[in-house]
Write a protein of this length. Sequence first.
Length: 174
Amino acid sequence: MSVLNWPKSFPRKSSRKLIVDPLPQSVLHQLVSDLPGPKDETPAEQASRFEAQLAEVLGYNPRNAADAMLATHCVLLRLLAEDAHRDASRRDLSPAMAKQFLRGARQADKLLADMRKALARRQAEPQGKLDPALFASLGLDQFLIPDPDDNPDDAEDAFSAIIVPLHPAPKMLQ
């Protein structure tokens, strides 16, 4: 990550155009990997479930992290509705319990439909663009911008390079 300096008294010359990724792959993968799976799932089953759920989330065409979050909510609500329908059709349940599961399944189906509508409304609106002048006018012109040659494994180094000089060590460590 490149850090554009703030305040403006530290000019930074860059030949690159500012790049701001609205949906970083790491964020998308984290959202999908947080979706729950079966209890005794093997790593191979987990990997295939991850790929299927990632494809389903990408099927909603998320443009940014907020769209991806709404899409993962849709996947989660679909899973919840399927499980509730499955539980409602079990033969060993009392009619009252089956009715309760069916009511829960209908509620999850309604929430899923509402979430899909909300995502569709959100995607119908034009996507906002990053305006550096707006951030500069607020005094917030420090941006973290992914470099094309960044390695995602180096993220800890970038954060520690910023935090350590700003926070002095306690007296007993000096």
